[in-house]
Design a protein around this ligand. Sequence first.
Ligand code: 5AD
Ligand code: SF4
Length: 439
Amino acid sequence: MGEAKKLYIKTYGCQMNVYDSERMAEALGGNGYVEVGSPEEADMILLNTCHIREKAAEKVYSELGRFRGLKADKPGLKIGVAGCVAQAEGAEIMARQPMVDLVVGPQSYHRLPEMEARAGTEKVIDTDFPEEDKFARLRERPKAKRGPTAFLTVQEGCDKFCAFCVVPYTRGAEVSRPAARILHEARDLVDRGVREITLLGQNVNAYHGAGPEGGDWTLARLIRALDRIDGLERIRFTTSHPNDMGDDLIAAHAECGKLMPYLHLPVQSGSDRILKRMNRRHTAESYMRVVERIRAARPDILLSGDFIVGFPEETEADFRATMELIEAVNYGSAFTFKYSPRPGTPAAERPQVDPAEADERLHRLQALILRQQQAAQDSMVGRTVGVLFEKPGRRPGQMVGKSDYLHSVFVDAQELDAGDLRRVRIVSSGPNSLQGVLA
Ligand code: 5AD
Ligand code: SF4
């Protein structure tokens, strides 16, 4: 065997892309590639892209522009584009950047090894939506040791068609992986050192995968089965839609010791008029009722959300309704976005809000979220929480990990290792992290 070929993968966007990149790197391992940390040393560069907002998609083209010199110096260098920009723009990418050799959409990753073999001598492109579980056909993860946390995709795609969103077009229709495969993958991750698994799906709480003995499993049922895996200490899941928060999933938050008290539950807007135009199929009030049910089951849960400001036709009154909803919920954290018109989505064709107005709303929204985020973090001081340690901190002898509530926690203690889950008393709160001592 000759020297290993070098693969550089750059990942944009969501956690699902992070998971996909790992799986693609493993699959290309079968073609003789090992992953490297810089594009300069690579024999193949793969950009795993995001199409969710315009800025995200534009970044891909500017990054490709930077690789032009590398390709001139090393003509054998293969350049591939994967992910949601690949799906949305397909052959357009090769027209705009002729040095691209390979374009692969998210539903075709199992074909990547075969595509890679052809790339370089011909242009290869695959953006089909085949009827097969791509993960089942991707090479198994090699048995290498891993860090204490991992993502695991259980569901992909979306049938909800929110008027702003490209996901139903780039990731396709909602598909759930069979429960047995997920459990097998989870056990394998645990054998390799993983202590915390975050289940991923664009609509993760709509999960309805085939159960091992026939019939469909809900996400709650899957979580209960994961809860019984020895060595797995923590379970999280993201992203959920308010309409799919079933009673059994809410009950799991009260009953499953390993399910962490943190839930990402985007509402997007607090105005019923805008929610209707967004095709969200829920109201501000129905969302508040879901929040109440969750808090009744798990009073200490921290909620996070996604918000879009400047959605077409959003007025100042609509925006104020969003601010009121945020005040009423009191979030532990949130992601805030300015509306970005995406080609092919219904809202892109509608009258747009003045960009300066949208910017101004975004600033007000961010200020409110920041206050709530800081207050939630500060409220941890004096409490004793679980912390899963992940890596050394900035100072010698210091370790950093994530609390049950997903805050970063620094602890000075020589005896700690990555993967240790310990009780920690929180002593102070800084701008982005907590400091604690072993309890
Ligand atoms: N413009 C701005 N934000 C968007 N999101 C999705 N599509 C758009 C868009 N066109 C946000 C939503 C979603 C998060 C992942 O990204 O808030 O929940
Ligand atoms: Fe980006 Fe959404 Fe695709 Fe994830 S699913 S990569 S966030 S467009």
